[in-house]
Design a protein around this ligand. Structure first.
Ligand code: AMP
Length: 287
């Protein structure tokens, strides 16, 4: 696997691959890789000639009091995991290459970001959209792979790709869960044993709401109430939000008519976990 540190080298790698007629698949990550990330790499490997993964903990998507500094990092292990998957290149840029002196540009995707994480962390999606747009211009992929774990993020990226005419396809892959249902996340590493045990209420709550939906419940408030009651069974859980939204527009709804998504963000101590489920879809423990 080729390790690429500079923007110029990354662009040259992709230009050369494209000139040879190769299709490039791209998986952007913040590292500390787990099976969720690797499922994206595998999907990219299956669909494309070359797979590029990136690891970059992007400062502009973190708030001033968030976990940027202590975000878990283990490059050697990540490198090994990517090699094992047969990833062709790892792009691992530094802050100076991504935000050189004089950097001025901002990027905002509107109404999709009004609710859920966009409301709780208003700085987050402008940072995500900006870094992903930059990475697309550096890696020049034909397809880019994102996880449904970050449902709102995937919608933001899809919208941005359409609005800014990026010539690539966005592929969204299913959520990979631990055997007890907890959605895999690099941030799970922060949880104490007790918090980790209680964190299973998140997927349980979503699974219960999904079951209610499958039995015919369409009232979003009732679905939401079930989710929050289940989460409140965990004494260490503090709900940031718990919502049922339209899967396209990410606006809250009263009744689930089209695609409804139940989404939540919950704190365990300082650790903020997110999860979601597309209502009516089968509940998979792992793909
Ligand atoms: P991150 O490193 O957290 O920025 O995540 C990088 C990519 O991996 C994003 O597209 C995430 O949605 C995706 N991802 C993270 N966790 C999971 C998971 N449990 N299942 C599927 N995809 C995931």
């Amino acid at each position: 696997m080729k390790i690429i540190r500079t923007v110029g080298e990354m662009q040259a790698f992709s230009d050369e691959a494209r000139a040879r007629g190769k299709r490039i698949g791209f998986t952007p990550t913040m590292g500390y890789l787990h099976e969720g990330h690797l499922s994206l790499v595998r999907a990219s490997k299956a669909d494309n000639d070359l797979t590029v993964a990136s690891i970059y903990v992007n400062p502009t998507q973190f708030g001033p009091t968030e976990d940027l500094e202590k975000y878990p990092r283990d490059l050697a292990r990540d490198q090994e995991l990517l090699e094992h998957e047969g990833c062709e290149a790892l792009f691992y840029p530094d802050n100076e290459s991504m935000y050189p002196p004089g950097f001025q540009t901002e990027l905002r995707v509107k109404s999709i970001t009004d609710h859920l994480c966009g409301a709780s962390r208003p700085w987050h999606f402008p940072g995500v959209a900006l870094i992903v747009a930059k990475l697309f211009n550096m890696v020049k992929p034909h397809r880019a792979y994102f996880g449904q774990k970050d449902y709102q993020q995937a919608r933001v990226i899809r919208r941005m790709v359409i609005d800014l005419n990026f010539d690539l396809e966005v592929v969204v892959c299913p959520i990979v869960r631990e055997t007890d249902g907890l959605a895999m996340s690099s941030r799970n590493a922060y949880l104490s044993d007790e918090e980790r045990e209680q964190a299973i209420v998140l997927s349980q709550a979503l699974e219960e709401a999904n079951e209610m939906y499958r039995e015919g419940e369409r009232d979003a408030l009732k679905l939401k109430n079930r989710i929050s009651l289940t989460i409140q069974r965990a004494p260490l859980a503090k709900i940031d939000y718990c919502e049922v939204v339209d899967g396209e527009t990410i606006q809250p709804i009263e009744r689930v008519e089209g695609t409804g998504v139940a989404a939540l963000a919950v704190f365990f101590g300082k650790t903020r976990l997110i999860d979601n489920h597309i209502l009516g879809e089968p509940w998979n423990l792992s793909p």
